[in-house]
Design a protein around this ligand. Structure first.
Ligand SMILES: [Zn+2]
Length: 310
């Protein structure tokens, strides 16, 4: 009886204490981020990632570089990979044709690259009763002068695009490269170690950006996670979702996350890098910059990445 009472009294408290957090998963560089996989591995990776997301009922969106479709003799198969995302209910966004850096190419050629990047996906979206509307800047570089940023924003608006921001990223490309190399060597122990470190580091980054959200906005906004379509994320998805579930997260679409009023705030950042929108809003609100305080990935991961990406 006493035990029953304790359980009864604690239940509402526990439910009340569970933070109501949400996150939108956004995948960049479709069909495949980082070093390019051969078609058979790319197909297996896409199938695993898309099926796992669908089975776990996680809304997602994929940002495409159409240059990666242009492989001789493989174009139909590569377009079919994008169809897999759409068939599973996940919209596609434009991430430019060839992933140029706005800080390094002339504005006009950047804009041409955006238009070249919608040739296939706008039709695919239409076939699925949707309109292409999301754009994400490569490297999330939005322009290193006020003028460049405004010119580009005006262009995107005229073409009917909404900019997809992000709030959390995890340097997943570093983990992904050394993970793939471990798998290629057949070193399962190393692969497991890297995957575990990746989930742990992702948790640290969520904790850090949850606090930055509190400090900047006074509450935790629906987060937007930026990661890449790669084997690591296909394999680590159960670990990531279990970790986020423990932290009280539910999974929402980009569209839904962006209904939060924070996403109507002004982006105050003009510069060479592509920081989280939480930093950008902090800068706009004249709060001290925390750009340099983000936790780094484990040093052994950074070292392996440096060695292997030479
Ligand atoms: Zn990218």
């Amino acid at each position: 009886m006493i035990l029953f009472l304790i359980v009864f009294l604690c239940l509402p408290l526990a439910a009340q204490d569970a933070p109501k957090r949400s996150v939108a998963f956004t995948y960049d560089d479709l069909p495949n981020g980082g070093a390019q996989l051969p078609l058979d591995q790319l197909t297996a990776m896409t199938t695993k990632l898309v099926d796992s997301l669908r089975q776990a009922k996680i809304p997602a969106i994929g940002f495409v570089n159409e240059s990666k479709l242009d492989v001789e003799g493989e174009r139909p198969q590569r377009i079919a990979l994008l169809q897999q995302w759409l068939n599973a209910g996940f919209p596609l966004g434009n991430h430019t044709y060839s992933h140029p850096d706005i800080n390094k190419v002339p504005m006009l050629s950047y804009q041409e690259d955006i238009l070249k990047g919608e040739q296939v996906i706008s039709g695919l979206m239409k076939e699925h009763g949707q309109t292409l509307s999301w754009f994400r800047h490569p490297f999330t570089h939005t322009g290193n002068t006020e003028q460049a940023r405004e010119t580009l924003e005006g262009f995107l608006q005229r073409k009917g695009y909404r900019i997809a921001p992000f709030t959390v990223e995890t340097s997943d490309y570093m983990f992904a490269l050394i993970y793939r190399n471990a798998l290629e060597k057949g070193d399962q122990a190393a692969a497991t170690r890297i995957r575990t470190a990746y989930v742990d580091y992702t948790e640290r980054m969520f904790g850090w950006f949850e606090r930055l959200s509190q400090d900047t906005l006074g509450y935790e906004l629906p987060q937007i996670l930026l990661i890449h379509a790669n084997q690591l994320n296909a394999d680590a998805l159960p670990g990531l979702t279990a970790m986020l579930g423990r932290r009280g997260y539910s999974f929402v679409s980009l569209e839904k996350a962006m209904k939060d009023e924070a996403y109507r705030r002004r982006d105050g950042y003009v510069g060479d890098s592509g920081p989280s929108w939480l930093h950008r809003w902090a800068i706009a609100a004249n709060k001290p910059s925390r750009l340099r305080d983000e936790p780094d990935p484990p040093s052994w991961v950074v070292e392996l990445y440096r060695e292997q990406s030479k």
